[in-house]
Unconditional design. Structure first.
Length: 135
């Protein structure tokens, strides 16, 4: 799978929320998916890195512009999330939190956040939609 393949899966899973993939070369940092409740930036890694649980899980393609976009939208009251797929794990994080911490924290933090939505294996679209609606 690639980030493009991930985007197709997420858009299908969020079909009840009228999700669309977004390609915006004009607005740097614009997230990958828009849906009726907000925006979602997607990040993908083939596997969990072989590092200690407290060492940062790095994502090469999480740009400063993406961090700024997530933070700015959240500060203005918009719903924005970051979804990471690492190996078989799907993790959805609050956008404001992700803008400050994603790529800077270890697996122990990513897997234990109470405010995150997680699933393992196949993407649980119904669970994700329910979680987003309740957020």
């Amino acid at each position: 799978m690639s980030e493009k393949g991930m985007r197709a899966q997420v858009v299908r899973a969020l079909r009840p929320l009228h999700a669309v993939a977004v390609e915006n070369r004009v607005g740097p940092g614009t997230p990958d998916v828009n849906h009726s409740l907000g925006w979602m930036e997607l990040k993908w890694r083939k596997t969990w890195p072989k590092i200690k649980p407290h060492e940062p899980v790095l994502f090469e393609h999480f740009t400063p512009q993406q961090r700024i976009w997530l933070r700015s939208r959240a500060e203005r009251g918009g719903m924005v999330h970051l979804m990471a797929k690492i190996g078989q794990d799907w993790i959805v994080l609050d956008g404001a939190w992700a803008a400050e911490h994603f790529g800077r924290v270890g697996s122990e933090v990513l897997l234990q956040l109470n405010s995150a939505w997680r699933c393992h294996g196949k993407l649980d679209g119904k669970g994700l939609v329910s979680w987003l609606r309740a957020s």
